[in-house]
Structures are given as C-alpha cells and as structure tokens.
Design a protein around this ligand. Structure first.
Ligand code: SF4
Length: 62
C-alpha cells in the first residue's frame, strides 16, 4: 500500500508528519508529501492513523 496526498486540499497543518514522520513530510511549499514507496508493514497502522487525523481528508492509502 502507498500513501497519496491531494495537495490542493492539504492545508499544511503538519498532523500527518507529527503522527507518522516515516511516511509524511512537509515540503518547502508547506504541503505534505508522502514517501514514494510501499509503506512498510510495521508503520502502516501509524500511516492509517495519520490519514484518519487529517482535518481535510487529503490523505488516501491504497
Ligand atoms: S494532516 Fe492533512 S492537511 Fe495536515 S499536513 Fe497532512 S495532509 Fe496536509
């Protein structure tokens, strides 16, 4: 599974990075960027938590 962020929707709150910094980081435009790799099994739950915590539902994990 991989994470995706809708950059038009992301408001740059930083919640996802705070919860799962192995997958999400805020770039120099203030938007979240997910790692471009399959999410390792051991951090998938934390990535899902980050998705659930996004206030604007900008994150998808497929
Ligand atoms: S939690 Fe959502 S709105 Fe906040 S930085 Fe992450 S993707 Fe953007």
């Amino acid at each position: 599974m991989k994470a995706f962020v809708d950059r038009d929707t992301c408001i740059g709150c930083g919640a996802c990075e705070g919860i799962c910094p192995d997958v999400f980081s805020i770039d120099d435009e203030g938007k979240s960027v997910p790692i471009n790799e399959v999410i390792p099994e051991n951090i998938l739950e934390s990535a899902q938590d980050a998705k659930e915590s996004c206030p604007v539902s900008a994150i998808s994990i497929d």
